[in-house]
Design a protein around this ligand. Structure first.
Ligand SMILES: Cc1cc2nc3c(=O)[nH]c(=O)nc-3n(C[C@H](O)[C@H](O)[C@H](O)COP(=O)(O)OP(=O)(O)OC[C@H]3O[C@@H](n4cnc5c(N)ncnc54)[C@H](O)[C@@H]3O)c2cc1C
Length: 359
């Protein structure tokens, strides 16, 4: 997978003729039923809005509703986490507390695909070899990790983020929590041998715990409403993109991908997406940003919104002294505030949004 805009557009073009079959084929991991666009979306080599526009230019909303909904799942997760950053800081705290467990033989066996559960082991190896897993395989994998192997879910989420080319703090953390039964409290996802056999190449997966109870977590995560202020007037503005939004319009430069301890393939994909813009690359550090701002006469740095996640943590740990303003894309500013409750309420926005996109 090449991290360039040209490759992203070519993949989108290749998928468009298949989008009408998406609803029927998407769950079957033996079919090429999904778009595989996620690494491009995560870097914003392609935006959710342009993918939605492209499919709606070909088909009426009713025909591609399922696909537009899946695009919207990503937007929903991002808005939901943005309003509840405590979920992410709790995960970081959990991971710090679990540091010793991450080296345990059972966790290592799961990460390396040596558990003896053939399907699970194959997915673990596929993830580390390719940086991608089908959505259904991710659900089964997370469920077996949590409910059959009884391993801590934060370590599974960290394993995914380390290796997924589409790694995204919101989609990944909240999907793991959803599987565990922590997102919709009491509703968890149990991997069943019959379901795996129906939708994958594995005939039977004996030994799964198909009756486990959902996990519980008593920590509260209050919601902070989002606001999207305008930048102060009159400033000399330096616009600088970053690895989570490499196609942000009218950027003068772009931040380098920091070293986040992810796999070499993940780092190379992000760094490649940054390099592919042809923009001057500024090191991901406060002093480097200050130097760049001073050299170019800027007194305000405007960046695309840096969502809750590892790059925001890295930025805030070493911020520039030059004032910074984060600017949300119109799509995010419009939709994120609706991620107040469950996805079913959120998706009520979609018919009106689809009508606007084709108007
Ligand atoms: C445990 C678990 C962890 C996950 N971690 C991530 C992650 O780190 N990054 C990530 O982008 N997705 C994650 N997902 C969601 C989903 O699996 C991937 O987005 C999807 O598999 C990408 O394949 P695709 O591009 O072919 O998707 P398609 O089915 O073609 O969907 C089109 C686009 O919609 C979005 N999308 C589709 N399904 C989902 C979903 N369930 N949640 C959020 N967005 C979705 C993606 O941007 C995707 O590219 C995770 C799901 C699970 C169950």
């Amino acid at each position: 997978m090449t991290p360039t805009r040209a490759a992203a557009l070519a993949e989108l073009d290749a998928f468009l003729p298949r989008v009408a079959r998406y609803a029927a084929d998407r769950n079957d991991t033996t079919l090429a039923g999904t778009s595989r666009l996620s690494p491009y979306v995560t870097t914003r080599l392609l935006t959710e809005e342009e993918i939605a526009r492209a499919v709606l230019a070909r088909h009426p909303f009713a025909r591609v509703e399922k696909f537009v909904q899946e695009i919207a799942w990503r937007t929903y997760w991002k808005g939901w986490l943005e309003m509840r950053p405590g979920v992410w800081s709790d995960l970081r705290a959990d991971l710090a507390a679990l540091a010793a467990d991450s080296a345990s033989p059972s966790v290592q066996a799961a990460r390396e695909g040596r558990t003896g559960i053939a399907a699970f082991d194959a997915w673990a190896r596929e993830l580390t070899a390719t940086g991608w897993l089908h959505n259904h395989a991710r659900m089964w994998f997370a469920s077996i990790w949590i409910f059959t192997l009884r391993l801590p879910w934060p370590l599974g989420a960290a394993f995914f983020l380390e290796h997924l080319l589409d790694g995204d703090a919101a989609s990944n953390t909240l999907s793991w929590r959803w599987v565990a039964g922590l997102h919709t409290v009491g509703k968890h996802y149990l991997a069943r041998s019959e379901n795996i056999a129906r939708f994958s190449a594995f005939a039977a997966t004996p030994g799964l715990d198909e009756t486990a109870e959902p996990l519980r977590d008593s920590r509260a995560h209050p919601r902070t409403p989002l606001t999207f202020p305008s930048p102060p007037a009159g400033a000399r503005i330096g616009r600088i993109a970053h690895p989570e939004d490499v196609t942000w319009p009218a950027a003068h430069a772009i931040l380098a991908e920091p070293d986040l301890g992810f796999s070499p393939a993940v780092h190379a994909f992000r760094a490649g997406a940054v390099a592919s813009t042809g923009l001057p690359v500024v090191a991901f550090s406060g002093p480097a940003l200050d130097k760049w701002a001073a050299a170019n006469g800027y007194d305000l740095l405007v960046l695309p919104w840096l969502p809750v996640g590892p790059r925001r943590d890295a930025f805030m740990a070493d911020p520039p002294q030059t004032p910074v303003h984060f600017e949300a894309r119109a799509w995010d500013a419009r939709l994120w505030p609706h991620a107040t409750h469950g996805f079913f309420r959120f998706k009520e926005q979609l018919p009106a949004l689809a009508a606007e996109l084709v108007a």
